[in-house]
Ligand binder design. Sequence first.
Ligand code: MTE
Ligand code: MO
Length: 444
Amino acid sequence: MDQQDPKRGRVLPAPENFLDPAGKSRRRALGGLLTGGAALLAANSLRAAEVPAGTPAPTRFPPGVPPWSQTLGKPVGANPYGVPATFEGNIIRRSSPGLTTTTQSSVAFTPLQNLFGIITPNGLHFERNHNGRPDIDPYQHRLLLHGLVREPKLYTMEDLLRLPSVSRIHFVECGANSAMEWANPSVPTVQYTHGMLGCSEWTGVLLSTLLEDAGFDEKKAKYLLAEGADAAGLTRTIPIGFALDDVIVAYGQNGEMLRPEQGYPLRLLVPGVQGISNVKWLRRIKVGDQPFNTREETLQYSDLMPDGSSRQYTWIQEAKSVITSPSGGQQLLDKGGYFEITGLAWSGRGHIKRVDISTDGGKNWRAAKLQTPVLEKALTRFRADWTWDGSPALLQSRCIDSTGYVQPKMRQLREVRGTASIYHNNAIQTWLVDAEGKVHNVEV
Ligand SMILES: Nc1nc2c(c(=O)[nH]1)N[C@H]1C(S)=C(S)[C@@H](COP(=O)(O)O)O[C@H]1N2
Ligand SMILES: [Mo]
């Protein structure tokens, strides 16, 4: 592989301003390895492991016959459950220090800057819990379906695994994603601005299948209550329209059982709807005729408007996009030349129709290429070629979804929503590439 290949390795990864102690020791370990010929690795394979300051510029391969070409390799089966290469050990979920007062009611963000394509690897899917992560024995877990039904049902996991299944690719985005950015740009990297976002192939039973199985009251049923088996007993109201459309009672995530962090052994997957409604560790669904007005839809998860009123039941995640590379905290490796701009777009209302890119803060726009297939309520990867002239540039992406909705500027969103909001910030993100090639979170 030639490090001069313009498509690869022209962007250095973000410095880890927010590393936890474990991350720091990992960084030191990598720092020790990334010297001499290993700098090539830094240039080629990585938007990955961190390259320490002072690492020499990449030299052309080969440096000689490296040690790994001179010995017998590890046995097949050395890793019965595979893990990423040691050199990729710095690509991890991260918590933002000081953001939450406990580590149980907290969040760890997806490293969007390091990922390719549209699927979030299971070990890197963001994790947001209100009361810590329970460890559930699937043999003892039950799902109760009751309320306005002909016959209440109690399902075991075996029961659910025997029913007709679907597998669909959908994003999950926390309603509070980008919440820190309402007043001004405040966090340095895309991991923290947009990393409460993941996209997986979810497998399970359509909720409509279960509702029919229990004989729900088609005339009276208007809303469902979904409840988690964590000690938070987290509950959310789901309109029956969503439930009969595309909601999945999911047990699978990217081909394997759900990870404990994502709700093992069972979660609700409500495509396009804010994260909180995707109830994890799902244990109960009650069919009712009116909204349930739980704590998580009154005290929390409502939007305080400038006139003092409060928007309630704002389910849908509107169209949003962000450039993931180059992005905040990264360093461009050359002072000019070819770079690929790439990022993600998504809409809770349908699919992404177009993504436009600007490199001058929104004065001029051109269409990016969309990775196909473009899926409903899923992440869509976009890419655009960019030849940087070496002067400061303001990178933005703006998406349009299948309903014709155009992603707003921060200023437009604030005019309607004020600055007291937490949830549903889907504004255009700006990254400033300064003359040194350093990338910063800014607003224009
Ligand atoms: N039972 C339960 N479900 C839950 C939560 C929780 O704390 N308990 N957190 C919610 C929130 S706020 C979000 S954003 C999503 C996050 O899903 P993830 O952790 O799989 O990324 O789960 C939702 N489902
Ligand atoms: Mo959330």
